[in-house]
Design a protein around this ligand. Sequence first.
Ligand SMILES: Nc1ncnc2c1ncn2[C@@H]1O[C@H](COP(=O)(O)OP(=O)(O)OP(=O)(O)O)[C@@H](O)[C@H]1O
Length: 349
Amino acid sequence: MSATGVALAGVSAAYRGTEVLHAVDLAVARGELLVVLGPSGAGKSTVLRVVAGLEPVTGGRVLIAGRDVTALRPGRRNVSMVFQSYALFPHLTVAENIAFGLEVRDVPRAAARDRARAAAETVGCADLLGRRPGQLSGGERQRVALARALVREPDVFLLDEPLSNLDQALRVEMRAELRALHDRLGATMVHVTHDQTEALVLADRIAVLRDGRVEQVGTPDEIWHRPASVFVARFVGSPAMNLLPADALTPTGDPPPGVGGDTRLGFRPEAVGLADLASTGDGGAAVVDRVEVIGEDAYAYLTVPGGHPVVARVPAARRPAPGAAVRVTVRWPDVHVFDATSGRRVDPA
Ligand SMILES: Nc1ncnc2c1ncn2[C@@H]1O[C@H](COP(=O)(O)OP(=O)(O)OP(=O)(O)O)[C@@H](O)[C@H]1O
């Protein structure tokens, strides 16, 4: 990757003496879209606030575009933040809202107006310039908030759950637009979300945050196919990856070298094969507790011997009946092996 857009080096942060970020290291390349993903309370917003300078660090350093900004006021960091609430001024027009950040920086009025219009055109809200925020839909407000961030030509965009107030259809549309905007601008963006699908779709790389620590940083492919821990494996994917003690199931085929010791086996619902219990072949017995049909897919919730739950995704047309006894197969290549104690991935050879 090229030059650094943003870097956190050993950053800790605290609220009233309680540390919520613990020595976080994170590097975002210039022009990269990094998504910070994690459950509520993991510290995602705090990461953004620390970069923006809205929260002080209690340790470590923050760099933006290669410059140490740890001691700089927010106004001197050249970042734009887009909040979940959009934070538009209700009494100002869209044009005034977008231009606001420029006028407080003493950009002449006419120039600010031109730049506001250009930014509005970039995000597709130029037809709304004369309206006030109260006269806009959620999606339109979102565009205005983006235009306001854009107009300042920041080194870094910080986006704090910017899509979470939109309905599902609009969220899907806006996330594609956001990605296209990023690609057009070549901008460095740090985008916070708790939505794993949003992260997988949007990100160049994803940083998974857990309890104020970075659990894994990787491309969406790496996060999905090689989760570094049980936490990542189960946070990304819905329904969550199955996880069983190693002795609860025998996968088919050759086990990878190096597997042994006290481990947990993880496999996604789509990796589970179901067959009639009466048929011959590999696999273990299971009972179907319930079945959910979602269009073409069905999720069968099973219990395997030992009382462990397993979810299988199967074509709806071939779903088993609730109460049925079935044979469950999983192939070794589809199995993720984790250390039972640490929860970390056991990397076979
Ligand atoms: N102003 C504050 N005062 C005290 N504690 C705070 C404050 N803001 C956040 N916290 C605490 O810091 C921790 C991290 O919060 P943060 O908002 O960064 O998490 P998050 O991952 O963004 O969560 P969410 O997805 O719910 O917004 C949480 O335990 C939270 O309760």
